[in-house]
Design a protein around this ligand. Structure first.
Ligand code: 6GU
Length: 246
């Protein structure tokens, strides 16, 4: 069938949102096969312990390698999914990485809590699987679960047949093509005047060339205001004299 996603976590309840909306429908249609696993099922002491104190000292707790090894071995069997370990010290999750992961038949997400997973787990499976430690941004979450929700939604909407409109993913901010490297500009719908605020007249003009130019100007203005880092990366050859006046 569709893309298989295995998620191992001590809080599988975090993934309830995957039952609804776009991803929920993709699962119903067989485009996505999401399998949740409780890590504690592989902890066999009375307290179902999954963590221990860090060697070398320091704050917090580290997740035990034997539990993770048993869990991953069971989930993958003889197979070889691509493995993603969410961590704030990972490589950045970008639209480009989302596209790469959306092309994989099988992904395994290993969610750490506490200060992380014993590093030998990534070393062990890195010899057999493609393993990436991935961060969704420069802030610290309590665990990888919410980061995995973000990644699954970004990946899921790229799968063939998930979005109702095939055009929906092509002109996203950050998607290759279209207005490459620019954020999307503002959008409007009816009524033409709301609480005294008018829709920009050019959008009602029916002049497709002027509409396209206006949209590009607005996209560039928004990118300058919100993402100066992206502006610095724009090839100057792709800007004209009017752009430089913005
Ligand atoms: Cl992937 N995990 C955690 N715990 N915090 C994060 C993150 C991931 N990405 C950004 N912050």
């Amino acid at each position: 069938g569709g893309t298989r996603l295995d998620i191992i976590s001590i809080f599988p309840e975090y993934f309830a949102p995957l039952d609804v909306s776009l991803i929920g429908k993709a699962r119903e249609r067989g485009i996505l096969d999401v399998r949740l696993h409780q890590l504690r099922d592989w902890a066999h002491d009375v307290h179902k312990t999954v963590d221990d104190t860090p060697y070398g000292g320091g704050p917090g707790m580290v997740m035990k390698p034997e539990i993770w090894g048993a869990a991953i071995d069971t989930v993958i069997g003889d197979g070889a999914p691509r493995m993603i370990v969410p961590t704030p010290s990972g490589r950045p999750f970008t639209q480009e990485l989302a596209q790469e992961l959306a092309a994989e038949p099988w992904l395994l997400f290993a969610c750490g809590r506490y200060e992380g997973i014993d590093s030998r787990v990534m070393l062990e499976y890195g010899a057999r699987l493609r393993v990436d430690e991935v961060s969704i941004g420069d802030y610290v979450l309590a665990g990888g679960e919410v980061a995995v929700l973000v990644m699954v939604e970004a990946i899921g909407r790229l799968l063939p047949g998930v979005l109702g409109n095939v055009h929906s993913a092509v002109d996203d901010s950050f998607a290759p093509g279209a207005m490459r490297n620019l954020l999307e500009g503002p959008v409007y719908t009816k009524p033409p005047v709301w609480r005294g605020h008018e829709v920009p007249a050019v959008l009602l003009s029916g002049h497709h060339g002027k509409v396209a130019r206006w949209r590009r100007d607005e996209a560039l203005r928004r990118t300058i205001a919100n993402r100066p880092d992206l502006v610095a990366a724009i090839d100057p050859e792709t800007l004209d004299k009017r752009d430089r006046e913005l």
